[in-house]
Design a protein around this ligand. Structure first.
Ligand code: NAD
Length: 249
């Protein structure tokens, strides 16, 4: 018996990186998965790569009308949801002194507002015993140069997990945050750095990680499967760090 047999799951930002790797694992464990992304072409490509038991719905998490359309489709096609991985997100480099209103709004609208309304709008569809996993980051607890706005969004995400366990008390719905460490994905090319700068950053980080290397999207996906499945039936409100020990020392 697979860990997610017959479960219906949603992965926002399922077209790339950690979201794509997690969707592959979810499907391999027996789930049917809805994935979202902003661009139809990337969505279609991801659906093709995943191959089966996946439905792509074009939607921007920061757009509430898009979210309404997404959940209307899930309701119509499946009627309920067992797992929500609120994963869509990202950030860009901006040191204090150079932070613009546009940078602030874009980062908070995706990582905080989008994640909040993804979960809130999913609530009517969530089954008793459902699992919600919020993608935070080690940035929720440690400082990083020029990354304060992103880090603040992830501290908010971690706080949501703590509080929403209380708001959902009585429905037996678990809410946990997962905090990846350094995991090179296509998202690193959106930071505002050149390829060489990204590589230099990744190399410099590896030596600070107790395991001596950066992580892979699939290593995050395995931990998300744990939080999504009955293996974590008594795990609630935590922040699960999957970071090779980087933020634990
Ligand atoms: P990625 O760029 O490869 O994937 C991000 C996904 O989110 C893409 O599918 C993208 O299309 C989608 N997305 C972005 N903005 C969106 C929006 N407004 N609406 C809908 N979809 C949107 O990056 P990734 O590294 O896989 O990041 C996934 C999540 O993991 C993010 O929340 C990120 O903050 C978090 N995270 C990543 C790392 C890391 O090292 N890669 C570390 C900690 C946390």
């Amino acid at each position: 018996m697979s860990k997610l047999d017959g479960k219906i799951a949603l992965v926002t930002g399922g077209t790339s990186g950690i979201g794509l790797a997690t969707t592959k694992r979810f499907v391999a464990e027996g789930a049917s998965v809805f994935i979202t992304g902003r661009r139809q072409t990337e969505l279609d490509a991801a659906v093709k790569v995943i191959g089966k038991n996946v439905t792509g719905v074009q939607s921007d998490v920061s757009n509430l009308a898009d979210l309404d359309r997404l959940f209307a489709k899930i309701k119509q096609e499946q009627g309920h949801l067992d797992v929500v991985f609120a994963n869509a997100g990202g950030g860009e480099i901006a040191p204090l002194g150079s932070i613009t209103e546009e940078h602030f709004d874009k980062t908070f609208n995706t990582n905080v507002k989008g994640l909040l309304f993804t979960v809130q709008k999913a609530l009517p569809l969530l089954s008793e015993g459902a699992s919600i996993i919020l993608n935070a980051s080690t940035a929720s607890t440690v400082g990083t140069p020029a990354f304060s706005v992103y880090s603040a969004t992830k501290a908010a995400v971690r706080s949501f997990a703590r509080n929403w366990t209380l708001d959902l008390k009585g429905r037996h719905i678990r809410v946990n945050a997962i905090s990846p460490g350094v995991v090179p994905t296509p998202g690193y090319n959106l930071l505002g750095l050149s390829d060489e700068q990204v590589q230099a950053f990744v190399d410099s980080q590896a030596s600070t990680i107790p395991l001596g290397r950066v992580g892979t999207p699939d290593e995050i996906a395995k931990a998300v499967v744990f939080l999504a499945s009955d293996d974590s039936s008594f795990v609630n409100g935590i922040e699960l760090f999957v970071d090779g020990g980087m933020a634990q020392i």
